[in-house]
Design a protein around this ligand. Structure first.
Ligand code: SAM
Length: 351
């Protein structure tokens, strides 16, 4: 997640004076006096966090004072797993939090299930990115699934997540084929009309360096128009595409949301809706996905979705965040966000 931010390299800064800037000031006011629980500069904070320079937003999670469980450099990115005080293990790529054990359920269930339940009978699924395996784990809960291709650029992310997270057995499911390559190339070479559902769980397309220069990241290609056109081409006639689409509380992210949704409509999707979810470990506590449908009229009814959901729950593979009400309510947005994303296109929201 998280477009256009400067991230602070983890570990190296745990005990750095940089943290002095995160000490909240004691506020003197006519009303109550607030003091922070943050340690002062003389009591350095052992934490991992992100600084959104464009809005001055900073957020961090306190870590347990012990060496990282994983800290290695792959061909593509720095991969770290650290243990936090309240959020369990945390996976970070290039210093940016990808998930925490405590709240990864919200993001990953909402990346997977609205798309899976939007299709009347998903058999062939493609997961792009998502090297942590959580989206894959959720997709596999659907008994209609016969085959999942999982494509991620970086085998080392998969290796460490397989070992260190409870859902790491997902790749052992015989329905899964793992492909270590660039997602855009994989999609470009895939056959027409093949997949029922595609879920793209990518990391940020770009970031900024400390001088304010934009830097393209490996997932940039996954947000380009020709990739969206290929996604559309390889989906079956009633195919559904869900992709990570950043948060609306960061101005440059909102620009991205509007652009990507427009791209999806231009490639031919009849509906492209931004769904929102809460996740306290991501900056601003919110992120979203764009659910694109070729044929929104083919969706299941509420009662059909409920039945399929109950079957999954009764099989012992229930969810903890997703439930069928969110199938529609996650697309209900604050007025200003809805106006900004859809403008005069609001009839498409209702599809
Ligand atoms: N949920 C996370 C978030 O938004 O913070 C993203 C999770 S997942 C770990 C992101 C994955 O995308 C990583 O495993 C990374 O290797 C993969 N990735 C990045 N660029 C890619 C590309 N071009 N093709 C395939 N996978 C890619």
């Amino acid at each position: 997640m998280k477009l256009k931010r400067i991230f602070l390299p983890i570990l190296k800064f745990f005990r750095s004076k940089k943290f002095s800037s995160f000490e909240l000031e004691k506020v003197e006011s006519p009303g109550p006096v607030f003091t922070s629980n943050f340690p002062s500069a003389s009591e350095p904070l052992n934490a991992i966090g992100e600084h959104i320079v464009e809005s001055g937003f900073y957020q961090s999670l306190a870590l347990i004072d012990e060496p990282p469980i994983v800290d290695r450099q792959s061909l593509f990115q720095n991969i770290t797993i650290v243990r936090s005080k309240y959020y369990g293990k945390i996976l970070a790529l290039d210093g940016v939090i990808q998930l925490t054990e405590k709240d990864a359920n919200s993001y990953n269930e909402m990346m997977a299930h609205p798309a899976m339940f939007a299709h009347h009978n998903p058999k062939r699924v493609l997961v792009i990115g998502g090297g942590d395996g959580y989206v894959l784990h959720e997709v596999l809960k659907h008994p209609s699934v016969e085959h999942v291709d999982h494509v991620d650029l970086d085998s080392e992310v998969i290796d460490v997540c397989r070992k260190h997270f409870s859902w790491g057995h997902a790749w052992e499911d015989p329905r899964v084929s793992l492909h270590i390559t660039d997602g855009a190339s994989f999609v470009a070479e895939s056959e027409d009309n093949y997949y029922d559902v595609i879920v793209q769980d990518s990391s940020d397309p770009d970031t900024w360096d400390e001088y304010g220069q934009e830097i393209d990241l490996p997932s940039k290609v996954l947000y380009e128009m020709d990739h969206f056109e290929n996604i559309y081409r390889i989906l079956s006639d009633q195919g559904v595409f869900s992709f990570q689409a950043e948060c609306f509380g960061i101005a440059s992210d909102l620009v991205g949301i509007v652009e990507w949704r427009k791209q999806a409509i231009e490639t031919g999707f009849r509906s492209a809706r931004y769904g929102s979810l809460t996740i306290s470990s991501y900056p601003t506590g919110q992120i979203g996905y764009i659910l694109c449908e070729k044929d929104p009229q083919s969706s299941l009814s509420k009662s059909e979705i409920q039945t399929r959901f109950d079957n999954i729950t009764n099989s012992g593979q229930g969810t903890t965040y997703y439930h069928p009400k969110l199938q529609s309510s996650s697309f209900d947005l604050p007025l200003w966000v809805e106006q900004r994303i859809y403008g005069s296109d609001s009839e498409l929201v209702l599809n």
